[in-house]
Design a binder for this molecule. Structure first.
Ligand SMILES: Cc1cc2nc3c(=O)[nH]c(=O)nc-3n(C[C@H](O)[C@H](O)[C@H](O)COP(=O)(O)OP(=O)(O)OC[C@H]3O[C@@H](n4cnc5c(N)ncnc54)[C@H](O)[C@@H]3O)c2cc1C
Length: 380
């Protein structure tokens, strides 16, 4: 029997392999991945510098150990290059592999910032990127971070605790503008400022120039800054090229339905590369539920993906936050229930005061479960 082939050894690929193995102890499973196949927790990348962790220390197990543990035919350093969907064949750098079911768990790649000099910018979306950042980071170096979203603010907190000078550059007027109300952004800005983080909000980066002693950054408003390193955290773009060239339907991500099925038979996608029923869900909890649903389907049990409200914890110890933003385009407004020295609760309310989202800070973060129970499902 031809195997289930999973492409990608990130959390999506490995979680699916684990869930599938629980349900189908003997089924042949091949895992093909362009990287080394090391298992690590990606969320730790924005929390590991201050603790002095090397990239190697973040590896939970290597490809050989994972292959033995999950009984996989694991092919590391082997990029998938094409899909022959009608023949059920995956082409890879080391040959053609027939499949019974193919699962794309290809992840996403950092968005190119799009200004002159962007090639000098580092971004961290993989263990190898983290190793590169660490190798380039001299003690006390001044790091400019482009993008004050979730990942940018987490790196700012981590680098500042680690003794680095940090400047956050943000096009919008405030950090986390798309996910949180102004009161929460203010708290975060105050918390990070307390660690010495400098802010330039309201103007994008126009250009970056390499100099003998670092980089000169010019903002669109004309301000010039100097930094030893520039880190970009301007978001991710789902990895869709392989699917697109195979003729699969692609929009922002690889389009899948509630069964994680792509537009061609026996091909599925999950994790950061997938657009599930119109939603990009680039977080760990959604991919775990996707993996459980898909494992059931692939082992013969009809199943349908549903997702409750899934708040995200922002790993900024200077100002701990939990965010559960409303759906894009939801009509309503943020209301402050409480905002004091110890914590804050903001609710996004729609018609009839219906709770559509929330944002918590400090001691209120403990209320995440309770409030999530009242918030609308992410995917019904
Ligand atoms: C710094 C950082 C902090 C984060 N913090 C949080 C957090 O606190 N909470 C949270 O919920 N989420 C967080 N996230 C998001 C979360 O980590 C991701 O949603 C998740 O790890 C994505 O997993 P994935 O397997 O879909 O993709 P990836 O981890 O990107 O894996 C993709 C895999 O596909 C392989 N691949 C790609 N193309 C090919 C090809 N052609 N052939 C073979 N292999 C290929 C790659 O080598 C890789 O193994 C964070 C993300 C980052 C970057």
């Amino acid at each position: 029997m031809d195997p289930v082939i999973i492409v990608g050894a990130g959390l999506a690929g490995y979680t699916l392999a684990r869930e599938l193995r629980k349900l189908a102890p003997e089924a042949p499973i091949t895992l093909v991945t362009a990287d080394s196949g090391a298992l690590y927790s990606k969320p730790m990348l924005s929390n590991a510098l201050a603790q002095g962790h090397t990239a190697q220390a973040l590896v939970q197990s290597n490809a050989r150990e994972q292959a033995a543990k999950l009984n996989l035919d694991l092919k590391p350093h082997c990029a998938a290059t094409a899909i022959q969907a009608p023949e059920h064949v995956l082409e890879t750098e080391s040959g053609r592999l027939p499949y019974r079911h193919l699962v794309l768990a290809l992840g996403a790649r950092p968005r190119q910032p799009g200004f002159a000099g962007q090639e000098h910018v580092l971004s961290v979306n993989h263990l190898d990127d983290y190793a590169r950042l660490r190798a380039r980071l001299a003690p006390g170096a001044h790091v400019a971070i482009i993008g004050a979203g979730l990942v940018g603010c987490e790196f700012a907190n981590d680098l500042a605790i680690g003794g680095h000078a940090v400047t956050l550059l943000e096009t919008s007027a405030r950090p986390l503008e798309r996910m949180a109300p102004a009161g929460i952004s203010r708290r975060l800005q105050d918390g990070l400022s307390g660690l010495g983080v400098q802010w330039h909000c309201g103007s994008g980066v126009a250009s970056l120039r390499s100099q003998d002693d670092g980089y000169e950054i010019t903002l669109e408003n004309g301000t010039r800054l100097h930094a030893d390193l520039v880190l970009s955290a301007t978001g991710l773009v789902p990895e869709t090229a392989l699917a697109e060239s195979a003729g699969l339907r692609v929009a922002r991500g690889i389009l899948v339905d509630h069964q994680l099925a792509c537009s061609a038979p026996d091909i599925h996608a999950l994790g950061d590369c997938a657009e599930v029923a119109g939603l990009l869900l680039p977080y760990v909890l959604p991919l775990m539920q996707q993996a459980r649903t898909l494992a059931a389907i692939l082992s013969g049990t009809p199943s349908r993906l549903t997702l409750p409200a899934l708040p995200v914890a922002v790993k900024t110890p200077a100002c701990p936050l939990v965010l559960c933003p409303p759906a894009a385009g939801a009509e309503g407004a943020w209301h402050c229930e409480r905002d004091d020295g110890a914590g804050a609760i903001y609710r996004f309310q729609g018609a009839d005061d219906k709770l559509l989202g929330f944002a918590l800070a400090g001691d209120a973060c403990g209320q995440r479960r309770q409030l999530a129970g009242f918030a609308p499902a992410l995917l019904a």
